[in-house]
Design a protein around this ligand. Structure first.
Ligand SMILES: [Zn+2]
Length: 332
């Protein structure tokens, strides 16, 4: 009798502490990983990760190695999606383009500029291979300005090593959950965002798969405080036609005690600001986390020691829960 009671107590306690697959993934997200990823990417040795330059090539190689180490497969066959961007010569001050028609036109000009760029893409196959979701962040930044008198390197810790750290941690969390998602997931690290959303635009221009993209989740700058008196503030943009996205976050904040105070910003057509535009303009529903502007925005002072780690980790967890729904629910 006594033994039976002990057994029952043991059973109850292990049951109470057993984690669901979703919670296993959630609990793998931590500050240590975020610090490791961001400290490397925002190091002076990476020279501000300017698209097409040495520092951004090292960043791409690093992201690829981390994906391999975690066990994330490449998409579709290789981790790198290489592409070219063209513009007129520098004095004409035009932007870079990836559309094949524009490239063909610029190639005919005697003097034009050309960049060799690459997105880094990872993949988890879902049970239903006909639909997928994408989560992404750009990894390029502004490089070096030798004419600056003091600090010459635009380290881009917040913009956007912070977002890259979130995508990497969420990729790992999905594997840690041990559960295959319903829909496949593409983990995307975009190049050339600072030059005009080049990587995400190229990805969508060249996307010719019959697999339907059900949604896109974007990060761009998730590690700073816009207002120091509101350290839990985050802007949560989402496609207005999908009010479920707002409900998901509200519920998860309560259910998982996520320490965030979001500004909910439903948006009828979220085609501005960052790589979300490349998806929203093609009518793919988006979610975009952003902690707003700050004095170091696009300045050499965007340094790793200014990151609000608690908030960054909370946003990563909230977004993992969003992606869990995006990848596992049929309708939203
Ligand atoms: Zn950015």
């Amino acid at each position: 009798m006594k033994n039976n009671l002990l057994y029952l107590l043991l059973l109850l306690s292990t049951h109470a502490f057993a984690q669901s697959p979703k919670e296993k993934g959630l609990n793998s997200i931590n500050k240590e990983s975020a610090e490791a990823y961001i400290t490397f990417l925002a190091h002076d040795l990476l020279e501000g990760r300017e698209a097409g330059k040495r520092g951004s090539r090292i960043a791409a190689e690093y992201i690829k190695s981390v994906l391999q180490g975690i066990g994330i497969k490449p998409y579709p066959e290789t981790y790198y999606q290489s592409f070219e961007a063209y513009s007129k010569e520098r004095q004409k001050r035009t932007r870079f383009y990836v559309h094949p028609d524009t490239i063909a036109k610029y190639r005919e000009e005697d003097a034009h500029r050309k960049l060799e760029l690459k997105n880094v893409l990872g993949y988890i196959e879902g049970k239903n291979k006909n639909e997928c979701v994408i989560i992404g962040a750009h990894y390029d930044h502004l490089g070096i300005d030798e004419s600056l008198a003091n600090d010459k390197i635009y380290n881009g810790a917040d913009d956007n090593a912070s977002g890259v750290s979130a995508v990497l941690q969420i990729a790992k969390a999905f594997l840690m959950s041990g559960e295959k998602p319903e829909h496949s997931i593409i983990f995307a690290f975009w190049d050339g965002e600072e030059l005009g959303l080049l990587g995400s635009e190229y990805f969508m221009l060249s996307y010719n798969s019959s697999v339907k993209i059900k949604g896109y989740l974007n990060f761009d700058m998730i590690g700073r405080n816009n207002n120091e008196t509101k350290p839990k503030q985050v802007v949560y943009f989402y496609t207005e036609a999908h009010p479920a996205f707002g409900e998901w976050l509200k519920d998860d904040i309560i259910c998982y005690d996520i320490q965030l105070e979001p500004d909910y910003k439903p948006w009828d057509k979220p085609i501005g600001g960052s790589d979300n535009a490349s998806f929203a303009k093609r009518d793919i529903p988006v979610i975009w986390y952003h902690t707003d502007g700050h004095p170091d925005y696009h300045q050499p002072g965007d340094h790793v020691e200014k990151i609000n780690w608690e908030k960054l980790v909370s946003i990563t967890k909230a977004a993992y829960l969003n992606l869990w729904n995006l990848a596992n629910l049929d309708k939203y």
